[in-house]
Write a protein that binds this ligand. Structure first.
Ligand code: IMP
Ligand code: MG
Length: 187
């Protein structure tokens, strides 16, 4: 974990501080890929990325998995434009294919209140996968409202608003290679 201010923008009102550097992220994802491989003993795994935040994590994770892998995506939104969750999850895009009988892993960027993943877990469970697990790159357990446990967690982080590596603030910063803490002026 680092502590340098790496960028400012919007007339110096938004500050980014590195929390997780790209090397540490890549190393941890390689470990997660190995753990998944061991758990499924070479069986095919179907990864479902939650758009948009998880797309970069999913792309790196599957390239570190040298087993039989397929992917699909769902799109949901629970956050509005800012930092507060609306408390409601809306499904914008459903899966392209059936998951019946498959080993499914839901892949999320961050597990925060748990509203998104508990909703997705519930609707996917009804579709009769052989197994259903959750992989989250980041976990903010202190913010949990719904009880959800991820089977694979990259990093447990403190209660800070983070951006980068797929995570956004009002659709910006997804392209940062590091995960950074975003400080904003009071709303
Ligand atoms: P949950 O439903 O509260 O668990 O939140 C999950 C979603 O909220 C994530 O997929 C993110 O899109 C968003 N989110 C939660 N915390 C953060 C954060 O610190 N930065 C950016 N997005 C976040
Ligand atoms: Mg998201």
């Amino acid at each position: 974990m680092g502590g340098t201010v790496i960028a400012t923008s919007r007339k110096n009102r938004e500050h980014l501080k590195v929390l997780l550097r790209q090397n540490a992220i890549q190393k941890r994802i390689a470990e997660m890929a190995q753990q998944i491989k061991r758990d499924f003993k070479g069986e095919r795994v179907h990864l479902i990325g939650v758009l948009k935040g998880a797309c970069i994590f999913l792309a790196d994770l599957i390239r570190k998995m040298d087993t039989d892998v397929s992917i699909d995506f769902m799109a949901v939104a629970s956050y509005g434009k800012g930092r507060q969750t609306s408390g409601q999850v809306r499904l914008y895009k459903d899966l392209d294919m059936s998951i019946e009988g498959m080993n499914v892993i839901l892949v999320e960027d961050i597990l925060d209140t748990g509203l998104t993943l508990s909703y997705l877990y519930r609707i996917l469970k009804q579709r009769k996968p052989k197994s259903l697990r959750i992989a989250a790159l980041l976990d903010k357990p202190s913010r949990r409202v719904k009880e959800v446990k991820a089977d694979y967690v990259g990093f447990t982080i403190p209660n800070e608003f983070v951006v980068g590596y797929g995570l956004d603030y009002a659709e910006r910063y997804r392209n940062l290679k590091d995960v950074c803490i975003l400080s904003l002026p009071p709303e």
